[in-house]
Write a protein that binds this ligand. Structure first.
Ligand SMILES: NC(=O)c1ccc[n+]([C@@H]2O[C@H](COP(=O)([O-])OP(=O)(O)OC[C@H]3O[C@@H](n4cnc5c(N)ncnc54)[C@H](O)[C@@H]3O)[C@@H](O)[C@H]2O)c1
Length: 322
């Protein structure tokens, strides 16, 4: 049995982490980028991540940096693109991929929010094109959203879900190709209201975040909204919505406060101030707190892994149905 040969386009934050996960699953992975320093540092970054996790650094040897896109995709069984979030750039990359990858290679984009339909609309064969939306850091956050367009073959979706589950990821099927898919729609619905609360003077930014972290944020990983609605009762949920929904933010445009911050150069950590001011020490504490929390979750997942259902999938390439 030969494991599917993987190509990752983009060796940045997401690309190197996605490559790491495939390599840990035993796949040979080629990684292509137009920025040579990111190719030069690729294996060392992966080794550093694996060392921090206390996992086998040998997986990094299965990752091969390649500068030329045509060479990177030739003979690939699966290509996942994680270049910049730029629609024309992604369309251009996929035109080259289609011309040089095997006809049965699955083609995926890791875009955060751009509909896959728009990225893939220029391809001649759109039946094997889909989205796979990973979360940062890819080797610590379990979810991968597998996005189907109206053209995607159902067997390409099934294969891609099985491919990621074999790696230990939680793969979910997004049946309609809408902007933001599932996770980012939910996340940004919450962000819109969080910003609105600050804008309306109900509380400052730190208080809004404290409310989330010290209340439903504590339990949301084990009690998500729809099971929570069932737990408290759909009748109570309806009563709450009748009072609250007319008052919460429903704007379809970005908040003026957010636009003002960006216009004033208050870009968050990278400028030292956004909704709040951040010292370098405070920034480091936020980052290390998040990584420690995610690592703890991964440790728990690995401890529970033997009990998880084994997928009937050997990791070999997709076979196009006749
Ligand atoms: N950062 C996140 O949290 C996150 C989460 C999910 C999805 N995404 C999406 O993943 C993609 C990559 O994001 P990132 O955070 O890794 O960005 P990044 O800036 O860290 O990496 C992008 C990489 O693409 C490379 N690149 C630029 N032009 C290229 C080209 N023509 N061909 C090949 N490579 C090229 C850059 O040199 C860089 O190494 C984006 O579409 C982003 O929206 C990001």
């Amino acid at each position: 049995m030969t494991l599917a040969k993987i190509t990752v386009i983009g060796a940045g934050l997401m690309g190197h982490g996605i490559a790491q996960v495939f390599a840990q699953g035993g796949h040979d992975v080629r990684v292509q980028d137009t920025y040579q320093p990111n190719l030069d540092s690729l294996r060392d970054r992966i080794r550093g991540n694996l060392r921090d996790l206390g996992e086998d650094v040998g997986a990094a040897d299965r990752v091969h940096p390649v500068a030329d896109l045509r060479e990177a995709v030739s003979g690939a069984d699966y290509v996942v693109e994680a270049a910049l979030e730029d629609l024309p750039l992604k369309q251009k990359i996929f035109a080259v991929i289609e011309a040089h990858a095997p006809a049965n290679a699955i083609l995926a984009s890791n875009t955060s929010v751009i509909p896959i339909t728009r990225i893939m609309e220029g391809l001649k064969d759109r039946s094997r094109a889909l989205g796979t939306h990973w979360w940062n850091p890819p080797f610590l956050v379990p979810l991968v959203e597998v996005i189907q367009t109206e053209w995607t073959d159902a067997s390409a979706i099934d294969w891609t879900m099985a491919l990621h589950r074999r790696l230990g990821k939680v793969a979910v099927h997004v049946k309609k190709d809408v902007p933001g898919f599932i996770g980012n729609r939910l996340q940004h619905a919450l962000w819109r209201e969080a910003i609105s609360i600050v804008e309306r003077g109900i509380a400052d930014a730190e208080t809004v975040d404290t409310v989330i972290k010290a209340s439903f944020g504590r339990r949301i990983a084990v009690l998500a909204p729809l099971e929570n609605a069932d737990l408290v009762g759909t009748d109570l949920t309806l009563a709450i919505h009748q009072t609250v929904l007319p008052d919460i933010e429903n704007s379809t445009a970005p908040s003026p406060l957010l636009e003002q911050l960006v216009a004033a150069g208050k870009l968050g950590f990278k400028s030292g101030e956004g909704f709040r001011a951040w010292t370098l020490d405070q920034q480091a504490a936020v980052r290390s707190g998040m990584v420690a929390h995610l690592r703890e979750g991964r440790r728990r997942d690995l401890d529970n892994a033997p009990a998880q259902k084994k997928e009937d999938f050997d990791g070999s390439a997709w076979q196009r149905p006749d």
